[in-house]
Design a binder for this molecule. Structure first.
Ligand code: SF4
Length: 410
């Protein structure tokens, strides 16, 4: 017999969560699409692409990284079918008078009819609807290979495709596509397709991310024109529906083409933060992995971005260069980070390297007799870098955060 207090429906302006006895939680956006679920200690994240990621900790493994895996197509069908059955049962129980409703934020504006419409939308997403949605995603986007962790819920626009360099030995994010810049007409069509695809799901997306790897390589005039088009399509000011800013990746090499004034002009178009894959402060290691640009250039680009009033996300690869580069990587990365004018608006991401079997990096590391770091050594490298950081004041230090690329799903 179900207890009256087991079941709760929590409503926020952009999401609705169904909770059952602390053992099951499923959250849906305003279009009724599932985006995250929790069941018996395992978390499931569904991306717009249709991918479902499962994350959990093994008992007795407090430090080791989370276990993460992508569900196979068959597992996904089973998961979505079971989820729909469970959600239908909870909604039916709620309609019979069990459980309670909590509205966060908009209580007065939220009517019983609004709730009913939302529950009906959730029930319309059965396993077949999700399968159709997955197909539609691929007609709107090329696979979104990666985003910074604070942008996983961004609204992505692919104004460019791929990476203009595409030759770093450790990176295979864009090996499946040639770099190209979309025309203004293509961007307009892309925006229309994205809006249609997302529908009410768009309200969950609070920021806008320009993809793929280095959209900011566009000449300034062309970039500003695209930002104008984006501003015609999306609000950035006034009201709850406004997006809070525009974000993008940038690499040191292409960032050197922009002046402080260029970055400041982007700021006037609500560009808020740029994410720089610095990887290491040790130039020989950057050359070893075929990363364009130098540590000095990374410092210069970060300084220009900060001087223009924008914030940065600096990404450092933990374990890059394995045992051979361990000390030099730590030493020069600490020195570089301590020279950067980072403050509380910025984020420093420490991202463990995951070597893809058969990658150029793996082959070269083998040829040079380089051993990959163990989990304990990765942890030690993170500790050493963190301990070496010196910021002007503890109140104004950037956020330092782990960036596990395996957790990414869009
Ligand atoms: S520049 Fe960035 S996206 Fe391009 S290959 Fe290198 S790491 Fe990958």
């Amino acid at each position: 017999m179900r207890d009256r207090n087991d079941l709760m429906i929590g409503v926020k302006p952009q999401s609705l969560s169904l909770m059952d006895d602390g053992q099951f939680v499923a959250s849906f956006d305003r279009a009724g699409r599932l985006y995250t679920a929790y069941r018996d200690g395992h978390t499931f994240v569904r991306g717009l692409s249709g991918i479902v990621l499962e994350k959990w900790h093994e008992e007795g493994e407090p430090w080791t990284p989370k276990r993460i895996r992508v569900l196979t197509e068959e597992e996904k069908r089973t998961f979505l079918t079971d989820l729909w059955t469970k959600v239908s049962e909870l909604i039916a129980a709620f309609r019979r008078g069990y459980g309670c409703l909590r509205v966060f934020g908009e209580e007065r504006a939220f009517s019983p009819e609004d709730l009913e419409r939302w529950l009906e939308r959730i029930l319309a997403w059965d396993v077949h609807a999700y399968a159709r949605d997955q197909e539609r995603f691929l007609s709107v986007y090329k696979p979104i290979s990666i985003l910074p962790p604070d942008q996983y819920l961004a609204l992505v626009l692919q104004v460019t495709e791929g990476c203009h360099w595409n030759k770093c030995t450790f990176c295979d994010f864009y090996r499946d596509r040639r770099f190209r810049i979309k025309t203004e007409d293509e961007v307009r069509r892309h925006i229309a397709a994205v809006k249609e695809f997302l529908g009410d799901s768009i309200t969950l997306r609070r920021s806008l991310f320009l993809a793929d790897a280095n959209a900011l390589i566009l000449p300034q005039e062309r970039l500003v024109r695209l930002l104008e088009i984006i501003h015609e399509a999306f609000p950035f000011e006034g009201g709850q529906r406004a997006l809070e800013g525009i974000y993008s990746f940038l690499d040191a090499y292409s960032g050197m083409r922009k002046t402080v004034e260029d970055f400041a002009a982007l700021g006037s178009w609500h560009v808020k933060r740029l994410y720089l894959g610095v990887e290491s402060g040790h130039d020989p290691l950057l050359r070893f992995v075929n990363k364009p640009g130098t540590a000095r250039e990374a410092l210069e680009v970060v300084s220009r971005i900060k001087a223009a009033g924008l914030s940065v996300g600096v990404i450092i690869l933990i374990g890059l260069g394995g045992d051979a580069f361990f000390d030099a990587h730590v030493r020069d990365t600490i020195a570089l980070l301590n020279e950067m004018p980072l403050d509380r608006e910025d984020i420093l991401y420490l991202s463990p390297l995951y070597v893809h079997p058969g990658s150029d990096y793996e082959e070269k590391a083998r040829a040079f007799g380089i051993r990959a770091l163990t989990p304990q050594e990765l942890k030690h490298q993170i500790q050493r870098i963190r301990e070496g950081l010196r910021f002007a004041s503890s109140a104004d230090r950037p956020r330092v955060s782990l960036y596990d690329v395996r957790e990414f799903v869009y």
